[in-house]
Design a protein around this ligand. Structure first.
Ligand code: XIL
Length: 380
């Protein structure tokens, strides 16, 4: 009897330590409130997902995704270079798994993104001699891509970032190959074809630095122009790669108001708010910008001090207090990832920094920022 008891206790200890060692004791097992429940009457709460999570190699993240989020966006899987790397060659497998995960978990699935200058292979813009291709060819490549990709997922996806980052901060057109080869009507063509390919899906324009007055005016003009011409556009995505001292809250509020007044949905689509210094005043998310690593740009290589965690929490609360004001128009807030260690901000705009932009730390534990965000709704 005594021996049996001892064996049972050893077994219990083993199970318990197994929990700890395998990570089963992570946050999803605790009684922390679920973000999606707290914000149920406000907006969807989304996250970006990467291939590791879709493949089931990162169970801790998946646990948090299922518990806290009701919307998912693929971080890279649907970008042209991933889903359509060569002419006529499509790589649907990871996206199919992503979509089926989203469906099984009752998520609002976002497609990201159909037309962008970045992460698009060079061949898209070139002829057989490696020179820029002509307008008609590029239009037909774009049309085929949209019909193939948006068409395939037309019954599974809730909304598409149809065009990403078409304007500079001052509101002028980005001199991308899309613009240079086709001209400014590539944007409306993309939306028209996305609508034809997937008529039941919401269609969004998505960009960073949407709080800049110049970009605000350009986007407002674009949406009004579409509305006048009868071209479907359902929403505006503000990416949200922000920092401790930008964007200015009043500018952000001004933009959220201007976009709301257009009668389209607004959403924060890629939220990550880092506490690291920004090299040479780089704000936004111009992914072509890269800076050399310097010690002073990486002030917290071994962990974020508590004091900084609370500074970040306050800043997150400021954002969410603003978002809450727009609850009638704000349909979704999507974080760009789950936990700090996996964030792209560890390698952009400076490779190799320790970044801390998200609500969960490297051990999958909620940070003070998590509590602060919840408190903006519950008051406690
Ligand atoms: C980023 C991804 O997070 C990185 O993994 C990738 O290396 C580069 O792109 N704006 C966007 C997102 O619309 O697609 C970008 O995502 C971040 C900036």
């Amino acid at each position: 009897m005594k021996t049996q008891k001892v064996i049972i206790s050893i077994y219990a200890i083993a199970i318990l330590s197994g929990f700890i060692l395998t990570g089963c004791s992570t946050e999803q097992m605790s009684d922390t409130p679920a973000l999606k429940d707290v914000f149920e009457d406000y907006h969807l709460i989304g996250t970006a997902m990467n291939v590791n999570q879709v493949d089931g190699n990162d169970e801790n993240s998946v646990g948090l995704i299922v518990k806290h989020f009701n919307s998912v966006t693929p971080e890279n899987m649907m970008k042209w270079e991933k889903i359509h790397p060569e002419p006529g060659e499509y790589n649907f497998e990871p996206v199919d798994s992503f979509v089926s995960f989203g469906q099984k978990s009752n998520m609002f699935i976002v497609g990201h993104t159909l037309v962008w200058h970045s992460q698009t292979p060079g061949w898209v813009f070139e002829n057989e001699n490696g020179e820029p291709t002509c307008r008609d060819t590029l239009l037909s490549r774009m049309k085929n891509h949209i019909f193939t990709v948006a068409g395939r997922y037309k019954d599974n996806i809730g909304g598409w970032d149809v065009v990403n980052e078409t304007f500079y901060d001052d509101g002028s057109f980005r001199q991308s190959p899309w613009y240079e080869i086709i001209g400014e009507d590539y944007i409306e063509k993309a939306f028209e074809w996305a609508y034809e390919a997937a008529p039941g899906v919401e269609l969004y324009y998505n960009d960073y630095n949407m709080w800049h007055a110049g970009k605000r005016d350009a986007v407002v003009k674009l949406v009004k122009d579409f509305q006048q011409k009868g071209i479907r556009i359902d929403g505006i995505g503000l990416q949200g790669h922000w920092g401790l001292d930008y964007p200015p809250m009043d500018e952000l509020e001004e933009s959220m108001r201007a976009y709301s007044e257009l009668g389209v949905k607004i959403m924060i689509t890629e939220l990550d708010m880092d506490v690291l210094p920004i090299p040479e005043g780089v704000e936004g998310a111009e992914i072509s910008q890269k800076f050399e690593m310097k010690k002073e740009l990486n002030p917290f290589p071994n962990g974020l001090p508590d004091s900084m965690k609370f500074v970040q929490a306050d800043r997150y609360a400021e954002y969410f207090n603003l978002f809450n004001k727009f609850r009638d128009n704000l349909s979704r807030v999507t974080f760009w990832g789950i936990q700090d260690g996996h964030s792209w901000r560890n390698y952009w705009p400076v490779r190799g920094r320790a970044a801390y932009p998200l609500l969960f730390d490297r051990n999958f534990q909620p940070k003070p920022a998590f509590d602060a965000v919840i408190k903006t709704v519950t008051g406690k």
